[in-house]
Design a protein around this ligand. Sequence first.
Ligand SMILES: *Cc1c(COP(=O)(O)O)cnc(C)c1O
Length: 247
Amino acid sequence: MRDLVEDNLKAVRRQMELACQTSGRSIKDVQLLLATKTVPLEKLQMAIHMGETLFGENKVQELRGKFPLMHQDNQVEWHFIGHLQTNKVKDVVKFVTLIHSVDRLKLGQALHQQLVKENKSIDILVQINTSYEESKFGAPPEMALELVEQLSQFETLNVKGLMTIGKWNATKDETRQCFRLLKLIQTQIRKAKFPRVDMDILSMGMSSDFQVAIEEGATIIRVGTSVFGQRYLPDGFYWNENVRQDD
Ligand SMILES: *Cc1c(COP(=O)(O)O)cnc(C)c1O
């Protein structure tokens, strides 16, 4: 199993370099985040052994389980990439350095309230539903500008950029359009020059489409399956279309 994670990681790293080459970008400008949902600790330790330091979790409960075991290693950094319910913000702000999935004002408010109590701040990305698929979380693209402006008024939240999930089972071109749309929204927000808003991070691209995402300007790609293998739970468990947006 060790060999498998090792080989997979080397392959992904190679593909990242190739995508950077074809798009004239520096590999230093693209970070690999390993998506760890359902992945046993053993495999995560192999990735750490290989020098990986950035991990992303979807569920607060799994984060709670893995974090204490992995935090002895100070190099390791956790991000939160899943749908976040307002009643779960407490643990998240305790464990992670960046939340990729802030997609509504109500969540921003809940985070702010918790952070004020703890007298700290946190970095966030605003998640945009660039594919307009109902099963995906994220603010509608038309709402992006307004939402970023609203979120930026909470002094405990540092807006650092945008996140999206590209369209699946789609042609390469359709997926590319999602990433281009995110880039376009980034440009629009930069033009608006909101105080305290930083648009340096674009979190986009997963196992099936990270090369395209790199070509379109991703600064963080989030990869699970290509490194750790197939998951035993369907993604619907994590991206449940039945969860209410305001939960
Ligand atoms: C699971 C997940 C990923 C990684 O997906 P793979 O297809 O396994 O690479 C990326 N982003 C989010 C938000 C995820 O939930």
